[in-house]
Design a protein around this ligand. Structure first.
Ligand code: NAD
Ligand code: UDX
Length: 476
């Protein structure tokens, strides 16, 4: 297998965008073409105004500025980029299926299949095809079957190289990954392909951190890693409910158990519930696989992680309604944060969407401020949830229009909080800690409630100002 000198990445999203920018920056001798069917997204990646990049990620703009138009290119010419490439990364979205067999559980692989068919149709020379998207175990077999059916003489090697970056820290994660995982065929050609891809990463990743496995182990490791991480969050969130009943403090419990080196301190931060495009989707996919292979006990075990997360979001919303004298009808509730975590503009599966929906069903007036999420995204998230719940397109539905009319998005946090009955903190943006809480208190209706879904503000300080403060997992 020849050295990789030209890469095509199909999918210019949260994974393809940052990952390829870092490969291009660290490997100036490799040409990297990032392609997408979404022309607007590609135009945004090419925008000379770096604040217009489609993804907000600390440090990303600097990397793009260095490599773009040197050896990093964004385009919609997918076929040309496939033809020129030695290695083609598939980084397209793999959402949960919303229809037919496996609806609500299985990963929808239609975009991946389309990529495989396009590669099969266009490629005339040997290629390495890299699964960068998160895929169910044994997808490489399906991709291989499609590629091998071309009969045009080109030889393909399919590798699994899952991405472990987390949003908000993507550039740091890509610069110093805990490991790069590459799975491939066990025959000589498979091993050669693995080494060709490993050589790309060796430009900046120490060789001890590059772990090669058989392809099925690599595919399954990605789902497993996300399931384990999410399971830790659900576990500590389950304990937070018990803390609230018993007078224990979940942050103290988390610290105490995290000091045990067998448990470790990370991913034990209790919250309003995990969000993001990966955790729920990947666990549901794992559950689906377990059921498919007739392992119902294993399936039920992992499904509980998602159920616990739903419970946590619901518990937070219910506590707001209960505390506001059993109704939020007509009451102004300020939402600080809409993104699923800080330092990203991504809102997929954000807890904020579900909490807002529950309060809107109780006729609240929601006023949102998020430093990075645009208003149209917030409305689209709520509208999409109505589609999911009702099974039909909500456009024109009076109930949905009424619901969206009760949502206002602000550019200034103080406007969002002025005259509010309550503030709900949904995302842990650092700037929320720096607000003039005295001014906020003076401008709110009394009693002034704060529901801190991230445990980031100083409870004692706010209580001293007169606020009624509710945290996650802090018993009285
Ligand atoms: P995304 O939705 O941000 O980006 C996917 C892109 O693929 C979109 O721009 C879409 O237009 C494009 N696309 C879809 N079909 C295409 C086709 N046939 N041809 C060309 N372009 C096409 O998704 P993402 O967050 O980047 O996730 C991609 C994959 O990576 C998923 O499988 C996800 O599970 C996995 N992953 C995501 C993260 C994360 O933090 N977001 C981390 C690790 C792994
Ligand atoms: C996750 C995985 O961490 C990453 O390895 C994988 O590649 C993609 O999925 P991401 O979803 O971007 O990354 O962010 P992550 O930091 O894992 O947070 C996910 C959600 O869990 C967020 O809503 C976050 O606020 C929440 N979380 C995380 C907690 O509530 N408590 C924690 O201790 C950690």
């Amino acid at each position: 297998m020849k050295e990789i000198r030209n890469i095509c990445c199909i999918g210019a999203g949260y994974v393809g965008g940052p990952t390829m920018a870092v490969i291009a920056q660290k490997c100036p001798h490799i040409t990297v073409n990032v392609v997408d069917i979404n022309a607007q997204r590609i135009a945004d990646w090419n925008d000379t105004d770096l604040s217009k990049l489609p993804i907000f990620e600390p440090g990303l703009a600097e990397v793009v500025a260095e490599a773009r138009n040197r050896n990093l290119f964004y385009s919609t010419d997918i076929e040309k980029s496939i033809q020129e490439a030695d290695a083609i990364f598939i980084s397209v979205n793999t959402p949960t299926k919303t229809y037919g067999v496996g609806k609500g559980m299985a990963a929808d692989l239609k975009f991946v299949e389309l990529c495989a068919r396009q590669i099969a149709r266009v490629a005339k020379e040997d290629k390495i095809v890299v699964e960068k998207s998160t895929l169910p175990v044994r997808t490489a077999q399906a991709i291989r079957t499609i590629l091998d059916a071309t009969g045009n003489g080109a030889q393909f090697q399919v590798l699994s190289n899952p991405e472990f970056l987390a949003e908000g820290t993507a550039i740091a994660d890509l610069y110093a990954p805990d490991r790069v995982l590459i799975g491939g065929g066990e025959d000589a050609a498979g091993q050669e392909a693995i080494q060709a891809l490993a050589a790309v990463y060796r430009n900046w990743v120490p060789k001890e951190n590059i772990f090669t496995t058989r392809v099925w182990s690599s595919e399954l490791s990605k789902l497993t890693a996300n399931a384990f991480l999410a399971q830790r969050v659900s576990s500590i969130n389950a304990i937070s409910a018990l803390c609230e009943k018993t007078g224990a403090d979940v942050d103290e419990v988390a610290k105490a158990i995290g000091m045990d080196s067998r448990i470790g301190a990370k991913f034990l931060k209790s919250s309003v519930g995990f969000g993001g495009s990966c955790f729920q989707k990947d666990i549901l996919n794992l559950v689906y696989l377990c059921r498919h292979f007739n392992l119902p006990e294993a399936a039920d075990y992992w499904e509980q992680v998602v159920k616990m997360n739903d419970y946590q979001k619901h518990r937070f919303a219910k506590n707001i309604i209960d505390s506001l004298f059993n109704t939020v009808s007509g009451k102004k509730i300020a939402f600080l944060g809409w993104a699923f975590k800080k330092d990203t503009n991504d809102t997929r599966e954000s807890a904020a969407i579900y909490v807002a929906d529950e309060l809107l069903q109780d006729r609240a007036e929601i006023h949102v401020y998020d430093p990075k999420v645009p208003a149209e995204k917030i409305y689209a998230d709520l509208e999409y949830l109505q589609t999911q719940k009702t099974g039909c397109h909500p456009e024109g539905s009076e109930a949905t229009r009424d619901l969206l009319n009760r949502v206002t998005v602000h550019q200034n946090p103080y406007d969002a909080m002025k005259d509010a009955h309550a503030i709900a903190i949904l995302t842990e943006w650092d700037e929320f800690k720096t607000y003039d809480w005295q001014k906020v208190y003076e401008e709110m209706l009394k009693p002034a409630f704060v529901f801190d879904g991230r445990n980031i503000v100083d409870k004692a300080q706010l209580e001293a100002l007169g606020f009624e403060v509710y945290n996650i997992g802090k018993g009285k």
